[in-house]
Design a protein around this ligand. Sequence first.
Ligand SMILES: *Cc1c(COP(=O)(O)O)cnc(C)c1O
Length: 733
Amino acid sequence: MSKPLSDHDRKKQISVKGLAGVENVADLKKNYNRHLHFTLVKDRNVSTKRDYYFALAHTVRDHLVGRWIRTQQSYYEKDPKRVYYLSLEFYMGRTLQNTMVNLALENACDEAMYQLGLDMEELQEMEEDAGLGNGGLGRLAACFLDSMASLGLAAYGYGIRYEFGIFNQKISSGWQVEEADDWLRYGNPWEKARPEYMRPVHFYGRTEHHPDGVKWVDTQVVLALPYDTPVPGYRNNIVNTMRLWSAKAPCEFNLKDFNVGGYIQAVLDRNLAENISRVLYPNDNFFEGKELRLKQEYFVVAATLQDIIRRFKASKFGSRDIVAIQLNDTHPALAIPELMRVLIDEEKLPWDKAWDICIKTCAYTNHTVLPEALERWPIDLFQTLLPRHLEIIYEINRRHLERVSSLYPGDMDRLCRMSLIEEGGQKRVNMAHLCIVGSHAVNGVARIHSDILKATVYVFKHHVSQISFHAFTWYIEQTKFFLIFGREISNDYVLLNSSQAAPGYHTAKMIIRLITAIGEVVNNDPVVGDRLKVIFLENYKVTLAEKAIPAADLSEQISTAGTEASGTGNMKFMLNGALTIGTMDGANVEMAEEAGEDNFFIFGMRVEDVDAMDAKGYNASEYYNHMPELKQAIDQIAGGFFSPKQPDLFKDIVNMLMHHDRFKVFADYQDYIKCQEKVSALYKKPKEWTKKVILNIAGSGKFSSDRTISQYAREIWGVEPTLEKLAAPDDLK
Ligand SMILES: *Cc1c(COP(=O)(O)O)cnc(C)c1O
């Protein structure tokens, strides 16, 4: 018998001849040693594993530089229409492996590291995730950057360089504990600071109305310092830019006008300004109306628009076509009043001309219909922080309502419903309405979601269905584990009635505690033995998702119909070989259509059933009383079966499920259990199971972000994707 192949040997066997060419490997080794010496300033005696990772990262990065510069030169020369993707989140994960794959360097690097006595996969594990996102919305932005580069679009991602990304989740005695994600501690080899392109962003102050226009004066200035990260396309030698802004206090900060505490205090107070880019708000589908968050939203928008306008003015055929700005949810919605402000107050354009440009430029993607997620900023906050923008929003609204009332004379209800300003109680700006009025295209993230938007909000001019994810290359041992995706589960159960955020977080944390408690009982039950394990995956992030998702057999996508806009995890499981048990919600609908309903485990209420139930009234105890198994499970949770030392630990969860469950989960319970029995029966027939898996994978093409971006390009941005390649540079020999 021959010796089993090592990982390295196996890869070597399958590597395509030429990719790991001998010359390439020799050059990589030479450049690697050069970086260890000159960049890391280390020798092999004192190098740590992290040093070895950084040396490899710099070696690979060198291969991006020529392509990056040449791509940007070609955009300058050909001057295609630019696409700007504005997002408060870019959930990038790691960069090294993706770069090696896209540049076809993976095998050669693996061989080079092997020859140097190093294990490349071990080095890859040293890279921090760029966790600048909460979940689907941020990961979507990251996938879109990848696809825009792969399709040769002259595109840019614009966001914030948070010093702290999504928190590190530790589980301690079963409870979630958050730790700061200090991802930049050891430096980030992929970014390039561009202090020469720093831009001022203004806050506060007041407006002055003069005959020759409006002035926004007495403002406080914070500087936006750009950091550029290369975004390589898949083997086309195109490298686009993601530009993330970092907040920097100006040198004269607090020294000029507000010098109360003296020089030392003024220098210490610089932190206040620089806090703007300090930390990502860890809210998924939840609006928390904090001033610092509104500052973040304006900060990215104001800095980005200066960049866009500068680049537009510098372009050769500048007047030929306008640029495209895509708003990833309402988070960058201030782009609309900010663009109006610049065009009117600074460029001195008349309102109608400015508005025409604004509408043609902006497009908006809605990510949810859940009310607790909708951004509705209090007017007072706006008045203080962005007084000129509030005036512009009032004027946009005045003209908007004038049109509405001419179309529907006397329909006061409609005027209230469609206003950008919510009256009654605290006055607020409805950012979704602002986006809808100020954009030429509005889309949801799945077909059913777009349909719900159209039915429940108002006339949408446009829609694109769907989003996606790319294939993974990771592979781990098959498990019989019941894996729970840590951050995901609890997000949806934020209670509605929380005027302060605490109760929502409380519910989320209690659900995590319940899962770990169930694990403690099930995993130690002698009757269950090794047949079932409940595992809560701690600190779920992009890198963990890449490893865990391909290991799954069954993907549970069990949101109550009408509540999940799309989901993206569902697609990742589908194209990585899991079958799905799911409701007719979000992208599940289209996934079942593509795979064939026979190859999909569909259960539960449809949106119409949920609407009918809402009309009739949902009563959890009816289900509880009529299903002994459900009753037993709830009684066990309520009675301390999973928390013997603290029998009433989960009383809030039980109370929520029994008395104010917005998601009506008991109503889907019976059908879910019946459907799970079908799953179990099929799982016993591996051939039939595998056939369905193959049909699912074969049907998953629609959910590629390349497909999605091609559609955005043609239908929203008015640009044509190309499969053109740039010539490869040959500058590293
Ligand atoms: C895809 C992804 C998500 C979003 O998953 P959904 O199932 O769409 O909520 C969240 N976190 C990570 C790390 C992901 O990769």
